[in-house]
Design a protein around this ligand. Sequence first.
Ligand SMILES: Cc1cc2nc3c(=O)[nH]c(=O)nc-3n(C[C@H](O)[C@H](O)[C@H](O)COP(=O)(O)OP(=O)(O)OC[C@H]3O[C@@H](n4cnc5c(N)ncnc54)[C@H](O)[C@@H]3O)c2cc1C
Length: 249
Amino acid sequence: MTTSSHAQTNTTSRQTGGFSKALLRLFMKRAVIVATENLAGRFYLFTLESPAFRAVAWQPGQKVQIAMGSAFVARTFTPVDWDAATGRTRLLGYAHGAGPGSDWLRSARKNDKCDVFGPRSSLDTRAIDGPIVVFGDETSIGLACSLRHLHQAKAVQSFLETDDVDSVRTVAAHLGIGGLHLSQRTAGDAHLHVITEQLAALAANGATFLLTGKAQSIQQLHRGLKSAGVPAVRILSKAYWAPGKTGLD
Ligand SMILES: Cc1cc2nc3c(=O)[nH]c(=O)nc-3n(C[C@H](O)[C@H](O)[C@H](O)COP(=O)(O)OP(=O)(O)OC[C@H]3O[C@@H](n4cnc5c(N)ncnc54)[C@H](O)[C@@H]3O)c2cc1C
């Protein structure tokens, strides 16, 4: 690289960095991590606090995005709860492996700062009337836990596929999540047939189904519920991740 093209690259990256900082200031809420805990295995519970969280009317099912050092790279989480009086929210993160989100969950410490975009709409739970059935995985535990904050009490049952049943049980006990049905992932996804049958059996009582987690599992469950005659209006889906894709929001 010549001296002039090197100088040009430095100028461009300085401009991008300046632009990113301006975006962070404009659109994101600066928060401090007031607690972080490795609950079990790859699961981390975070408590974030910000004066800007006090003005927020949070709804269970909404999402937040955390900037990973730049306004252009963010990872998405589902608040477990939101206390507007203290300006605090909690997130349950699953550090699945390699990626900026997983790295952040493993390395962030108490008193570190972070930039938060949201909360914003993701799964709209406001109009749900009657029982709720959640399908998902390790990334859906925050959602399952948040639903107990719905204004009209609704019976919630959650069916989660996981690689680590023991850790999910520990996390659920810590957060006090009831109505949980756990399935160990199997080669060939045979466990999804069993879960489809379990969910279809609950359709008759007027349940609304929230399908979350891995995109391909959601598709399979969606097809199964439709074949079982569940009306489309009672199936809400949101993919939280898909193999080979990064940073879904
Ligand atoms: C609306 C919404 C709400 C979400 N809420 C939560 C939440 O509350 N808690 C939570 O832990 N996650 C949640 N997620 C999922 C989380 O945002 C993703 O898992 C995120 O991509 C992980 O970031 P990463 O940087 O570690 O991996 P990425 O850089 O995004 O991905 C790297 C690789 O890892 C794979 N990958 C990503 N996630 C997983 C996974 N869970 N298991 C196996 N492989 C994976 C990707 O397919 C990709 O190949 C949510 C996602 C969405 C869209």
